[in-house]
Ligand binder design. Structure first.
Ligand code: DGJ
Length: 730
């Protein structure tokens, strides 16, 4: 059992293959202290690490209780009684008091992992993991708090969540409920976060941890292009393959706080959860609130092991559905091919070329419904525009099917255009504040998905569309952040619940869609990669990574994304050149190589390609079908980063049995090639022998890894090569 309680030392221990996590019960009062998290250790009684004798000694504690509260490395911080670091839980009584102080009540340890009510979360059965339900209480508040921990048997991941129960006889108002707290000593840490903007999502930032509070947060109602619900503390000397890393990722798609606070004593507190700004939750007597899950990953072997743990956890214990383990179809998306300017004839012409080249699915993007010929109308009116598509989607799908292509469809169910029949009939369905004109973005408003009748009105329409034709794939888009967050259906004291209720509404809609249409391949999207988070991955095995489809910009975007998320989740398409985003022109083959590790597709007008480019597609697809799976199911290693060296980028993936390794190398700027570049590899079995498919050379794994792979000299910018090493006997 990876979780146990040790009576004698009064310590809870959670063990994963490469980490130990210890929680101690302190004093008879039952404070829960965080004792240790790091490399595996067999001992339990590490109470000396708390240094309890150093700040007020137990004999003086009553007179100096505030110092005690403020110094104790706590498992989950309360509020308002003395711990002046970031609080995780703030609860208001009807009298207006806000203090909260938790002590141990009971615990339960069992195999498996319970579901989180209404929320996405990692899952695991009796054979995969064990769970600790550590129940705390605040008798003065009449509150019970479950700190829930799941440790996975074969992964260095611990998943945490918090369930709050009102066991009093009057109402309680939760003003903040964060999902995880980690108090530790600073170990010369760097803070790693992912920042960006539209078209430049998940840029890696790494800087030494400094005094005070720092981190990342979103108040946009979505996890956002700008921020990512992830942070890591890496030893300053940690590299891809060495050093300690503590990482946290929030399984949630709305407002979040991810913060580290470093104090003068060189101790730190890491917290993660729903952002307390504009949040509250009213708990009637007997009611419960489930906070979303945080995934903690520990690595003593650098960033690569951290990424492997997230990738494996998400591929096996978060992503669901028939496409989880299935190769994803190579697709063509109409957006950058036609934008709004299409009809059935034009789509079928594109389809014919796509089918001839070996593409399997055509995604009809924005513009097929209502009167939508630009982005200023019709969201909310999910009926086919028969002027553009006579015979509707059924006719289009049948014609595409005859060509051997499946049909996929874009939709944006969370939005409404003021110029729509839905809005004219139900203006109260949009988020807006009485007496104030709502702020438009991309000419649209956000539907109030906290209201069941709004969800029903949208679902009725989109499910009818999906039943009207053989549709195998849906791209669920979401093109603006939230503001004017007010619901005409909620009482004044519950308006602070709206951001979270909105996210729960999105989750409920997607769950309903998947259960009614279980064959669907769902791809989430948010004006590019504005909601690329583990919450969405629970519903869709792939997410559109960015609207920036320029191959060179994509190197950095995909590097930041793959730091946390499996490559099997990244939508990656070959797009037209000059790039619609930045006018850069890159080699067609290189565009394919940059997309190869992800969910591969095309997003361009095939008729506008040169004969040579069109002729190159079958070979590109062959490369994707032969080697793409190594990236999507194997272990991913970052060998070189263009972000750091400003010249070239290289990633390697190796199958789990280490029999096949593929190196995807992109030369961004050509170098003065006096000598070929020698690229040290990673992830091979040092003792096995591997043959390079290109040169026939056979060397040990150690020889390739430590001696390095000499790269072919490429003459020119934006060129690439794919190098395959296969294990050979003897
Ligand atoms: C934003 C998406 O990211 C694009 O791929 C495209 O679907 C447009 N929306 C359509 O409006």
């Amino acid at each position: 059992m990876p979780i146990s309680y040790h009576e004698q030392s009064r310590v809870f221990r959670l063990d994963t293959p490469g980490s130990t996590y210890l929680i101690a019960l302190v004093d008879d009062e039952g404070f829960l202290a965080h004792l240790y998290y790091g490399r595996p250790i067999p001992d339990c009684d590490l109470r000396h690490l708390l240094r309890l004798e150093e700040y007020p000694a137990p004999s003086q504690r009553n007179g100096e209780r505030l110092t005690f509260y403020d110094m104790l490395p706590t498992e989950y911080s309360g509020h308002g009684v003395g711990d002046l670091r970031e609080s995780c839980l703030s609860v208001e009584t009807p009298q207006g008091a806000r203090a909260c102080c938790l002590t141990y009540l009971s615990h339960r340890i069992f195999r498996g992992k319970p579901k989180l009510e209404g929320l996405p979360a990692t899952f695991g059965g009796q054979d995969d993991c064990a769970t600790l339900d550590l129940v705390c209480q605040d008798p003065a508040l009449g509150l019970r708090v479950h700190l829930i921990y799941t440790a996975f048997d074969h992964l260095d991941a611990i998943c945490r969540s918090v369930l709050v129960e009102n066991v009093s006889s009057s109402a309680r108002r939760l003003n903040r409920v964060l999902s995880a707290c980690l108090d530790m000593d600073n170990q010369a840490f760097d803070l790693i976060t992912l920042h960006g903007c539209w078209g430049q999502e998940r840029m890696i930032s790494r800087a030494p941890l400094t005094w005070g509070r720092q981190g990342t947060a979103s108040l946009r109602g979505i996890s956002s292009h700008q921020e990512q619900p992830f942070l890591a503390l890496a030893e300053h000397t940690a590299t891809q393959t060495q050093g300690q890393v503590y990482a946290a990722n929030f399984v949630y798609s709305g407002n979040f706080l991810a913060q580290v606070e470093l104090r003068q004593q060189n101790d730190l507190r890491l917290v993660m959860g729903i952002h307390p700004t504009d949040f509250c939750w009213n708990l009637a007597p007997g009611a419960r609130f489930q906070a979303p899950e945080v995934v903690l990953v520990y690595s003593s072997a650098g960033l690569d092991h951290m990424s492997h743990t997230f990738h494996d956890l998400y591929r096996r214990h978060l992503i669901r559905g028939p496409y989880r383990d299935r190769p994803r179809p190579a697709l063509i998306n109409s957006w950058e091919a036609t934008y709004f300017d299409f009809d059935t004839q034009r789509l079928l012409a594109l389809g014919r070329l796509a089918a001839q080249a070996g593409i399997e699915l055509m995604v009809l993007d924005d513009g097929w419904f209502g009167r939508r010929n630009s982005d200023d109308s019709s969201l909310g009116d999910w009926t086919v525009n028969e002027e553009k598509l006579p015979g509707g989607l059924k006719h289009l799908a049948e014609e595409l099917n005859k060509l051997g292509l499946k049909l996929g469809l874009w939709m944006e169910p969370e939005m409404v255009s003021p110029d729509s029949d839905l809005y004219r009939a139900h203006p109260e369905y949009a988020l807006k504040i009485p007496g104030r004109a709502p702020t438009l973005a991309r000419n649209q408003l956000v539907l109030d998905l906290s209201q069941p009748q709004v969800r029903q009105a949208v679902y009725r329409q989109i499910s009818a569309v999906l039943r009207s034709a053989p549709i195998d794939y849906v791209k669920w888009d979401m093109n603006r952040t939230l503001c004017d967050v007010y619901s005409s259906a909620l009482p004044p004291q519950a308006q602070g619940e709206l951001y979270h209720r909105y996210v729960l509404g999105v989750y409920e809609l997607q769950e309903r869609l998947l259960s009614d249409f279980p064959h669907l391949l769902l791809e989430n999207c948010c004006g590019g990669g504005g909601r690329f988070d583990p919450g969405m991955l629970y519903f869709s095995p792939q997410i559109w990574t960015s609207d920036n489809t320029d191959a060179i910009d994509r190197l950095r975007i995909q590097e930041g994304t793959a730091l946390v998320y499996p490559l099997s989740a990244m939508g990656a398409h070959v797009a037209a050149c000059p790039s619609h985003i930045n006018r850069r022109t890159t080699d067609f083959i290189t565009r394919g190589r940059v997309s190869l590790p992800g969910c591969f597709g095309y997003e361009l007008d095939l008729a506008a390609l040169s004969p040579e480019e069109l002729a190159a597609i079958p070979a590109q697809l062959e490369e994707y079908r032969t080697y793409g799976h190594v990236f999507r199911t194997g272990d991913y290693y970052r060998l070189a980063s263009f972000r750091e060296n400003h010249e070239y980028d290289a990633i390697l993936a190796v199958t789990k049995d280490k029999s096949l390794a593929v190196i995807d190398f992109v030369q961004v700027y050509s170098r003065l090639e006096q000598r070929s570049l020698r690229l040290p590899l990673a992830g091979l079995d040092p003792a096995r022998r591997y043959r390079c498919q290109k040169t026939g050379q056979v060397l040990s794994g150690a020889g390739w890894m430590y001696g390095g792979l000499p790269l072919p000299k490429l003459k020119g910018d934006y060129l690439s090569c794919l190098i395959v090493l296969e294990a050979v006997e003897g």
